[in-house]
Design a binder for this molecule. Structure first.
Ligand code: NAP
Length: 334
């Protein structure tokens, strides 16, 4: 039986990757930290390995131990990452430096897998042109607009510069699904009868449901494709009003709709960042977040997924939102 190591296995996407790996008949190694919750990793078939990616030496130690125990990974999905950080440097340390330590250690211990999948993000390229409305394409020059995206791009640059290293890079757009905590805030807000918008310009969003994303990654693992990068979305585009309308319909709610002008959001972000900066911290609403919230074109090309993997999303937003809301209700989050 082939095996797969999934890092960041304790998180939202990671826990679904673990389930998909088992569904596809792999022996699954969940790469976690000492402090990670195992709340979504309760299947007795899961094998655990604790990693500390903070130095190359520590990763070498862990991999050497694996080798001694005859554990070799056919595939690795490096999904561990930070999407939010308390300090600016955390993004680079976790998303970029840790990735470099990991890969250097794999090379040093001669544990390079048949394929190394890096879970990057659309944020590494940034939004599309707001004037033309064109989707972000693989041939475009990356223009990340926040530290998170910049740190993912730096990691990508390192990976793609390697010789004889079998990588695949996936850059998902917004991922939603059960267990997810950020889009949940939006669903909760609508459920409370409020429908906020930021700025008066129309925003176009793209999504991928977590079950589709993990299914795609396992199709890619078994394919012949290597040393290629892909954006991942469900292939559709959704004006922000449509996202709200789908959610309202699924929840059976009427809402009070209001718009917060961009200059107010920008002022709060700037003041908050300056104050928090005195303690070396980053507030939730910061200038990076402002850049993301004020971007209007999050289209990205998804055709290469169909061309290379025959992948078509099984979930559009309507189907995904209805499933995810049912989960939030069942789990009493809503
Ligand atoms: N969610 C999205 O919309 C989205 C979109 C595009 C790309 N992505 C990427 O998908 C990946 C997973 O994101 P997610 O949404 O599932 O986030 P998540 O729920 O926060 O999970 C992040 C995972 O990374 C682990 N991690 C964080 N810092 C680490 C460190 N220093 N060392 C080792 N492990 C660490 C976490 O471990 P602990 O449980 O121990 O904290 C957790 O297992 C990330 O790389 C993210 O950039 C997410």
């Amino acid at each position: 039986m082939k095996n797969v190591l999934i890092t960041g296995a304790s998180g939202f996407i990671g826990s679904f990757l673990v389930e998909e790996g088992m569904k596809n008949g792999f022996t699954v190694y969940a790469g976690i930290r000492k402090s990670s919750s195992r709340g979504y990793l309760t299947d007795s078939r899961i094998r655990f390995i604790e990693f500390d990616f903070s130095t190359r030496e520590k990763v070498v130690e862990t991999l050497t131990e694996c080798k001694k125990n005859n554990i070799r990974f056919s595939y690795i999905i490096h999904n561990a990452g930070l999407t939010k950080a308390r300090k600016k440097e955390d993004f680079f340390n976790v998303n970029c430096r840790n990735t470099i330590h990991f890969i250097e250690a794999l090379i040093e211990t001669e544990m390079v897998p048949e394929k190394f999948i890096f879970v990057s993000s659309l944020a590494a390229f940034g939004p599309g042109n707001p004037e033309t409305g064109e989707p972000v394409r693989l041939s475009d020059e990356p223009k990340p607009i926040e530290l998170y995206g910049k740190s993912k791009l730096e990691a990508e640059k390192y990976i793609t510069s390697l010789k004889d290293f079998p990588w695949l890079i996936f850059r998902p757009t917004g991922v939603y699904g059960p267990r997810e905590k950020d889009y949940f805030i939006f669903f909760q807000t609508i459920n409370r009868g409020m429908e906020p918008y930021i700025g008066f310009k129309k925003q176009v969003l793209t999504f991928i449901y977590v079950r589709d994303l993990v299914r795609l990654i396992f199709i890619a693992i078994s394919s012949n494709h290597v040393n290629k990068a892909y954006f991942v979305s469900d292939g559709k585009e959704y004006p922000s009003e449509l996202f709200a309308a789908i959610t309202k319909k699924a929840l059976g709610k009427k809402t009070f709709r209001f718009t917060v002008p961009l200059f107010i959001v920008k002022t709060i972000a700037t003041v908050g960042e300056n104050l928090a900066g005195l303690w070396g911290a980053m507030p939730t609403l910061n200038s990076d977040k402002y850049n993301v919230l004020s971007s209007t074109n999050w289209r990205c090309e998804s055709e290469p997924l169909y061309r290379d993997f025959g992948f078509q999303a099984e979930y559009d937003l309507e189907k995904g939102v209805s499933e995810v809301l049912a989960w939030y209700k069942r789990e009493k989050w809503l």
